[in-house]
Design a protein around this ligand. Sequence first.
Ligand code: IFM
Length: 452
Amino acid sequence: MGFAKDFVWGAATSAYQIEGAAQGSGKGLHIWDVYTKEPGHVYKGHNGDTACDHYHRFREDIKIMKEIGLKAYRFSIDWSRILPEGYGRVNEEGAAFYNELIDELLSNGIEPYITLYHWELPYEIYKRGGWMNPDIVEWFGNYARLAAQRFSDRVKYFFTLNEPQCFVGLGFLTGEHAPGIKAPLRDTFEMAHNALKAHGRAVQMLRQHGKQPLVVGYAPTCSMCYPETERPEDAEAAREMLFSMQQDDRNWAWNVAWWSDPVLLGHYPEEGLKRYEPYLPKITDEDMKLISEPIDIYGQNIYNGRCIRMGADGKPEDVERYEGFPQTAVGWPVTPECLYWGPKFLYERYRKPMYITENGIACNDVISLDGKVHDPQRIDFLARYLHELKRAADEIDVRGYFQWSLLDNFEWEKGYAGRFGLVYTEFLSQKRILKDSAYWYRDVIQTNGNKL
Ligand code: IFM
């Protein structure tokens, strides 16, 4: 068994993290352009003005993808690059860039997967209230329509939103991401509701304006839960914890059920409706119908998880991590089990074909004396995680895996300090060096994961 013959082996990036060409290309401003310029927000004042200069070097980057043997590439469109104000006027230069990127991918035998929103909220829309303004549902829908009109003759796979947990939670609850706001809880629930409606509207527009039958998905994230042992009580405890809403109020967005139940089951979770009742906007049946507009595939970004067991009191509890627990260069725990249990729990609840839309590790990579980049920790991490995914693939319908990330890139508030790439980016010269893990991943792809 293991991975299906047509399993999709890919890598992912996002627009602001790699493109550069922030100015002089007809692009409008978005919230990250503005946020990164204010002192104190991003590590050492880094910004994405140049990033990996992918806008000018995408052909070279596609050659690298081909060398790695990627079957698919998941990238995002910068909303403000093709619609500088977020609505209305089209920036033809921006549309031409994505067209050339798509053509080059296809001529190299790499399937493009487009994500519509990976956090570049156009600044003009932000000034008009952003996710708080109900008009954003139509603005986003019209943006999706434009994407379908311009790209769907060649692109079949679309994801709507990437990690709403982050763009609402980090952007508007904890304020660590653009626009750096700590909004009242009430506002954040309203934004979340509008974001979900915008997702639904985008699904409708993609279907209506797609130039071929499209495969449409959604790509949320969360911290997974996995059981301490294989005992059914622990598995049940992990499942219960995963879909519960027990986070602190100021961290409420960091959960699965609030973001995925409405999209896939057509209702918000009962526990959240009760707990957050005073903060919720008006939610109508019509809204829920729009939010649950059927999708074809479910993407989930998974990096790590919490270890859970059934407590003596019959309630799920966290298993404390021991001192010195394995962690990545950005301090995230290394918990491969989440790539077996995560997709399994999600599939059992939502019954949609799944893709792992992001997974990877930040390491303190360096260029060695031999001019190469040796990253045994990344290989070890990916081998452990993919081994678990392979186990999941024996039991559930998981169709693809996108490693995060193709290139070292702009890691949001951490600037260029967090290196997640299979390919080393030397940011001063923009030289790319394939890390050992890129060659290792090439072997995994060539053998369809059989050696894992
Ligand atoms: O770089 C990010 C990406 O933009 C969203 N998911 C997590 C990645 C690593 O932090």
